[in-house]
Write a protein that binds this ligand. Structure first.
Ligand code: SAH
Ligand code: MG
Length: 218
């Protein structure tokens, strides 16, 4: 299956080139830099989306014309701040974070960015918080980026709460390279891919850990 064309990207990508295109197309202003640097500063895992991935999300959401977004997995707020840049003035992101200290850091970064009105950090485990957000829907986009073992359940919630034509996004869709493995997490992630295929026009972009996206069919 792996012919030359599918390996082409692997041959040409390099850290220097990534740094160049990040700098060229996805530079940080103070607010983005503060959120991007926060995990390292605060001893949190540095697992936020990359600058170019974040910029890609922003442009994609702008294209879709989003006003209401749900994010599962906030960390320090970097991807939420990126996505908020795609919103109209009355648009909003509800971003769910289970770890209280991560939520605290995120709220500080959201304040630095002056986005308190547009980004609401919702503390708690996604399966507890998502049902409380339902009343704000239907949503234009849902971005999954929390515990990968529950992407199938989160996707089911998203498909019930997205408008037709809305966007379902999932980061780390290669499951840190374990997508084709045996464990329950891999099975859940493959089920996420099946849900996308069955209910959306879908694709999985080969970013370093896979970014899956689907447009919900009517
Ligand atoms: N989207 C962020 C990165 C998120 S990292 C960015 O790109 O900037 C994943 C986050 O999900 C972590 O902060 C982790 O604490 C959180 N998380 C893990 N399990 C969760 C759950 N069940 N519900 C909500 N958040 C969860
Ligand atoms: Mg991620």
């Amino acid at each position: 299956m792996a012919d030359d064309s599918s390996r082409a990207g692997v041959r040409y990508i390099s850290p220097d080139i990534i740094a160049y295109v990040d700098h060229m197309h996805a530079p940080h202003d103070d607010a983005l830099q503060s959120a991007f640097a926060a995990p390292d500063r605060a001893g949190m895992p540095t697992i936020m989306v990359s600058p170019s991935e974040g910029r890609f999300l922003e442009l994609l959401l702008k294209l879709v014309g989003v006003a209401r977004i749900v994010e599962v997995g906030t960390l320090a707020g970097y991807s939420a701040i990126r996505m908020a840049r795609a919103l109209p003035p009355d648009g909003k992101i509800w971003t769910v974070e289970a770890d209280a200290s991560h939520a605290e850091v995120a709220m500080r970064n959201v304040a630095v960015a002056g986005l308190e009105k547009q980004i609401e950090v919702c503390r708690g485990k996604a399966f507890d918080v998502l049902p409380t957000l339902q009343r704000h829907g239907p949503f234009d986009a849902v971005f999954l980026d929390a515990d990968k073992e529950h992407y199938d359940g989160y996707a089911e919630w998203a498909l019930r709460n997205l408008r037709p034509g809305g966007l379902l996004l999932g980061d780390n869709a290669f499951y840190s390279g374990k997508l084709l493995g045996e464990g329950p997490g891999a099975v859940a992630m493959r089920r996420f891919h099946e849900l996308l295929r069955d209910h959306c026009d879908s694709v999985c972009i080969p970013t370093p850990d896979g970014l899956a996206l689907g447009i919900k069919r009517p």
